[in-house]
Write a protein that binds this ligand. Sequence first.
Ligand code: ZN
Length: 408
Amino acid sequence: MKYSDLAAEANGYLNVVQEVRRDLHQIPEFGLQLPKTLERVLASVHGLGEIHKSETITSAVLHIKGSQPGPTVLLRFDMDALAVVEDTGLPYASTNGYMHACGHDLHMAIGVGTAHLIATHAAELKGDVLIFFQPGEEGHNGAGVMIDEGAHLVSGQKPIAAFGVHVFSGLAPRGLFLTKPGAMMASAGDMVVRFKGSGGHGSSPWLAKEPISAMAEAMSALQTMVAKRFSVFDPVVINIGWVQAGDPHTTNVIPEEASFGATIRTFSPENTEKVREYASSLMLDIAKGFGVEASVEFSPYSPVVFNDAAAVDRVARVVTETLGEGRYMTLPTPMTGGEDFSVILNEIPGAFIFLGATPADADYKTADFNHSNRAVFDDSVIPDACAVLASLAFDVLDEAALKAKSVE
Ligand SMILES: [Zn+2]
């Protein structure tokens, strides 16, 4: 199969996939329950294969069977939106208080187009493809739920490769595909620290147990901890996103409690564990030094997005074979964002792929970025992404068939 022919074929889908994407853009839904979204997606892939729906969340797996037996490849597309009020001025802008500000509407349209390409060529497909339509990527662990429920096993065997794609409204020029071997995106989790003292009169803090000073020391000590206890070559980010203490109308009252919450980003499981250990003892000891008490809570964290080196090589080659030179670049550094595709990559070797979707009239270095209420994505990149993902599936299965033959 010539992958460049798939690209030409996918180009013929442009109007249809844009329509799918723009319809979905107007009905964004949040979290793990996306009934309208899933209904619209499934209407667009009707008849292409078996549909397996979850009974607990609005996920679905489209199982496309090849004409010849062989292994299974998994392609994943996330579907959820953000609680952001859209301010793009686009004719198809959302008006329901949620927004596809992370481009997951493009991902779904890519999934739909990819499914059509693969199903059209099922006669040449030497195995099975699972198209994952996943809710709840934005911090709801939708991928984890799908894996726990065995959605990746519906073909009767564990997939041998997994790929996912993410578009960006900035970061990269339009139409450029990027990935990298090893750690590509951070492990992400939260930490909440509470300091408990005893309240009193602001004029005489020595008669109370004042918790705000302990919290202030603890917050700055966390940054020193990052700088002094972690290797600069295996970075850690701790960013405090909220603080709470006292009452903004009063200065002469010492509150009983003070608390803050932070997001933690790491690039290795070792550091994820170390942050928990070091930060806990630091917070408790600082509190002790100030004569107050502290408690530290960590949320479950998404693992590091860790790409398989061979899968990354395959992406580089397949993008070039499909779309020509100049369309692939190695991502120079990992990204500190988190992504639950990591849960799938922990089970199945594969690669996550970034795709520049900066509008033609914007500069990718300054364009409003993903999650912004003004983020605009150029959906003309969708057909090329369909061709690349379909080609990756064919490439994996063709190679496996060749190997099986040489063993015989
Ligand atoms: Zn996203």
